[in-house]
Design a protein around this ligand. Structure first.
Ligand code: CP
Length: 334
């Protein structure tokens, strides 16, 4: 077995394809055990802390349930309830938490914060989402694709529609590592509000793709982007913690890239729809209703009909967050 003991999960860039494959195999085993009711309290006596500077449903619950299933104790620090960054530096916080806990999860703003925690904690640190990356999301998504298309995903193709953000960046990384073709489908302009991949990340991923055999591309043509695609993925047009002022520009830019039934009809016959969630597929939320009222748009990045369709795997992805995060904790803390 691989030895990932003591390793942090910050971007996935420093995990090999073999190590990622091992984490996904482990997650699948944990999922089987969970379904069969087989106890797996392999990390009894250990404790972890979850440091959240932003809200969460999936990530927090995945870490908590994963830790409890492994027999660990968990402390949750919600946005605003620790001293970090206000009364105490990140470095000092890391040194304190590292003396009490066996592992630290962090969700927040800049990638530099999670990197600084990892540099000073002396225990594994797991990135539960930063502005730049969402690596545990990408692991769950690839487990979902494996469940759909089989273990070897080389030559399969994912299209990411809409706005480039942390999830899109981590999907780019994992696809490049594993030999999965990846196409970004969205505006390729420098119009206000538009965001594309950082040139540095794109360059690094192209090098990884050259080794794995993946092809990475971008297009502003929906027709071209959806051709031969096995998975159509999208994410909200304005992310958690980003300025609400972005909505107006983003809606105008991204409406042509909404995932509609017509888009899905042009993908492969067995193509699936994916989304990291939460989603604005309807307006049954306070923020969604407010935006809908302000801009006269009901469905945002995906049509309700696609979200609710038989092709949709969004809740399977959400569940897989737990199995994959459990695998990451087990592999790095064992
Ligand atoms: N996908 C995801 O990270 O969800 P939460 O924000 O609910 O954790």
């Amino acid at each position: 077995p691989m030895n990932l003991s003591g390793k942090s999960l910050l971007t996935l860039l420093d995990f090999s394809a073999e190590e990622i494959g091992y984490l996904l195999d482990l997650a699948a085993s944990f999922k089987t055990m969970k379904y069969a009711g087989v106890p797996h309290r392999y990390l009894e006596g250990k404790n972890i802390v979850l440091l959240f500077e932003k809200t969460s449903t999936r990530t927090r619950c995945a870490f908590e349930v994963g830790a409890m299933d492994l027999g660990m104790g968990v402390t949750y620090l919600d946005p605003g309830s620790s001293q970090m960054g206000k009364k105490e530096s990140i470095e000092d916080t890391a040194r304190v938490l590292g003396r009490m806990y066996d592992g630290i999860e962090y969700r927040g703003f800049e990638q530099s914060v999670v990197e600084e925690l990892a540099a000073n904690a002396g225990v594994p640190v797991w990135n539960g989402l930063t502005a730049q990356f969402h690596p545990t999301q990408a692991l769950a998504d690839i487990l979902t694709m494996r469940e759909e298309f089989g273990q070897d995903l080389k030559g399969r193709k994912m299209a990411f529609f809409g706005q480039v953000g942390n999830t899109a960046s981590s999907l780019l990384v994992i696809c490049a590592k594993l030999g999965i073709d990846f196409v970004q489908v969205g505006p390729q302009s420098d119009a206000p509000g538009n965001r594309t991949y950082s040139p540095d990340l794109w360059r690094v991923c192209q090098q990884l793709a050259a080794e794995s055999g993946a092809t990475l591309s971008v297009t502003d043509s929906v027709d071209e982007g959806v051709r031969g695609v096995d998975a159509v993925y999208t994410d909200v047009w304005v992310g958690l913690g980003q300025s609400a002022d972005l909505w107006k520009d983003r809606i105008a830019l991204l409406e042509p890239y909404r995932v509609t039934e017509s888009v899905m009809a042009r993908a492969n016959a067995d193509a699936i729809f994916m989304h990291c969630l939460p989603s604005f597929h309807d307006t049954n939320t306070t923020i969604g209703a407010d935006i809908a009222k302000q801009f006269g748009v009901r469905e945002m990045e995906v049509e309700d009909a696609v979200f609710e369709s038989k092709r949709s795997r969004v809740f399977q992805e959400a569940e897989n967050r737990m199995h994959t995060i459990k695998a990451v904790m087990y592999a790095t803390l064992r």
